[in-house]
Design a protein around this ligand. Sequence first.
Ligand code: GLU
Length: 470
Amino acid sequence: MAEQIVTRFAPSPTGYLHIGGARTALFNWLFARGRGGRFLLRIEDTDHERSTPQATQAIIDGLAWLGLDHDGEIVSQAARADRHRAVALELLEAGAAYKCFSTQEEIQAFRDAAKAEGRSTLFRSPWRDTNPSDHPDAPYALRLKAPRDGETLIADQVQGDVRIRNDQLDDMILLRSDGSPVYMLAVVVDDHDMGVTHVIRGDDHLNNAARQMGIYQAMGWPLPVYAHIPLIHGPDGKKLSKRHGALGVEEYRDMGYPAAGMRNYLARLGWSHGDDEVFTDTQAQDWFGFDGMGKSPARFDFKKLENICGHHMAAAEDAALLHELEAWLTATGRDALSDGKKSLLAQAMPLLKERAKTFPEVIEKAAFVLTDRPIVAEEKAAKHLDDNARQMLSELTPRLQNASWNRSELEETLNGFAEGQGVKFGKLAGPLRAALAGRAATPSVFDMLLVLGREESILRIADAATAAGA
Ligand code: GLU
């Protein structure tokens, strides 16, 4: 049986889930989910100052919003420090690591001299090959005895073969003199212990891979498959930064982008499947692989994000969309929907989701449902409620009393009425929009009438007809 694929997302908690991190998580999730594998989550919380419970929670919330579910318990890297130390000591025992007693000053002096002589400033510890019986009783760091000849080949699935000369690598520290394990060791030990088969991460970690491989090799552990993905750039081709727009995933949630659209868009940032722009999760899981991955940085494109989100809004199931809308209202501190509004919105969803790209746009279209009588017309809409219009509305009201409340009959009634008044339907629609929604731009008059129902519609029209002169 083929080995089960295990991927992981290993963010350092920094207070939010970065959009680039979210994409890394998504790629790992897609790769595992499409292959019957497991997708694990490890919080790299060894930096005690930055790693607050809130920062970890922000990552968990961001992933939950994006729908990137992980398997098993969340692993805390900091909680595994004893295991990291134990592996370092195993390496010492096996002769693959050594105690280095060089002080900071000595290392600095080595570097200064190397620089003055035009040599490489990579530190070469004089303790690498010393006999333990010659060791002083002094603090030491544990260093990996890295190979100095030959080269390290990273057979990267995205970058291709990357070769690094081993004489470019120093004997990295595994345990600091206070006994604390370094991050590079922790990553390797955790990935090994978690059974990670594929390491998919940003290409800012490519250089780390060469050093991390040294630890795998020294421990005799099988190497994971590496895939280092290009970072995300802004529309101007520069590294994505605050100046380009939102960086935190929760900001996109708060702006009201639907999660399915966001997933689709993030998948397309640096990966492609032919000309497919809009796809479902199942398609993405089936299609996702390293061969569709670009080598150069993807550019963030807000227009494309909106466009893709629009497609997902339109394709979403009404009930699911209503549910997501409610979650968005809660997440952004807006008032929850009453049961009555909820059932009206459920009815109106087919028209609300059309051409909407974000939840604020859905809410804007839903204004006719969400506002209560008496409807106060906005300035632009109020212009449609002059004396003539109000007269027209009051004449229309009794006609609506008797009409059957279905689209074809309403169309017949309103068109006939407009004709009788000697006006184009548009002349009637403006006042009706103002009366029903208080807005100049709304869904179609017929859609609103049908959602609101006869009684409420007539009350709103009568309100407008009898309002004090505009
Ligand atoms: N914690 C690292 C980061 O957030 C990722 C390490 C890795 O994926 O190996 O950049």
